[in-house]
Ligand binder design. Structure first.
Ligand SMILES: C[S@@+](CC[C@H](N)C(=O)[O-])C[C@H]1O[C@@H](n2cnc3c(N)ncnc32)[C@H](O)[C@@H]1O
Length: 266
């Protein structure tokens, strides 16, 4: 039973991603995933997908490589979308392990579940729910992954507290996400379309890691991965985001993707 009530931000984000998956669009409008999906992952990982399956990604990085998954592990994907990272994770942890995806958008859960069935992946399941109130047992997960999702939450501190609760002691968090270096203009922060496009909800990298630390995480690392200007421009075009007195070059320098890792103390 969920205790999280959807906020206007949850509603806007859910509608945005429901629309995208219905249209089969695989670019989320953030300054990264508008390249091509396959650019995010190494070829040897992409080749683990069954022949004929395409990599439907709304992500901004490769949390699978960051996670260094091992056979037998239980992996939880926060905001699993169409399921791609869960499918990779299920393959890495093998039949003795399993992958669980949580997402609030019913259309994403339906798509991911149908794809898993079609691909014959049996050690994966998708649960509908909020990151701020995970439908997952405490101390039950070895590794948490997430790809371009935590920036979308209106209550990131709660997401980190929930991630900490469900991880086993010694468990690892491996996340790709959008963060900022410094503040964004108020006009950008107020835009729901920029929020759904992974820009307005992004917070300063220092605040992000401080929230993780407050939740109890330790050994936190954050490595920036900057976008090229062309990628930023096409994403901003899609969001129709043009802010007076705030040139696009400034957004390019302020908003970036990051590889983030941390551990729950043993
Ligand atoms: C940018 S997409 C990323 C999807 C997937 N991780 C990928 O890489 O393709 C964001 C996903 O997170 C989900 N999401 C956003 N905020 C959420 C929240 N607070 N609780 C649960 N799911 C959320 C959306 O429904 C959407 O499917």
């Amino acid at each position: 039973m969920t205790t999280q009530s959807p906020t206007p931000i949850h509603d806007a984000v859910r509608e945005h991603y429901a629309e995208r998956i219905k249209k089969n669009a695989s670019c989320c409008g953030s300054p990264d995933c508008c390249s091509t999906d396959s650019n995010l992952y190494p070829a040897d990982l992409l080749s683990t997908l069954p022949a004929g399956e395409s990599a439907v990604s709304y992500g901004c990085g490769d949390p699978i490589t960051l996670a260094s998954l091992l056979p037998g592990q239980t992996v939880l994907d926060l905001g699993s979308g169409a399921g791609l990272d869960c499918f990779f994770a299920a393959k890495k942890v093998g039949e003795t392990g399993r992958a669980i995806g949580v997402d609030m958008t019913p259309e994403m859960i339906e798509r991911a579940t149908a794809s898993a069935k079609r691909m014959g992946i049996t050690n994966v399941e998708f649960r509908q729910g909020y990151l701020e109130d995970l439908p997952v047992e405490k101390d039950s997960v070895d590794v948490i992954i997430s790809n371009c999702v935590i920036n979308l939450s209106p209550d990131k501190a709660k997401v980190f507290a929930e991630a900490f609760r469900v991880l086993k002691p010694g468990g690892k968090l491996a996340v790709s996400d959008i963060v900022t270096d410094g503040p964004l203009p108020e006009e950008v922060k107020q835009s729901l379309s920029a929020w759904a496009g992974c820009v307005a909800g992004a917070i300063d990298a220092r605040d992000y890691t401080a929230m993780m630390e407050s939740a109890g995480f330790r050994e936190i690392t954050l490595t920036p991965v900057f976008f090229d200007q062309e990628t930023v421009d096409s994403a901003l075009d899609e969001m129709k985001l043009d802010v007076k007195d705030y040139p696009r070059e400034a957004i390019h320098k302020t908003v970036y993707s990051a590889k983030i890792t941390a551990y729950k103390p043993a």
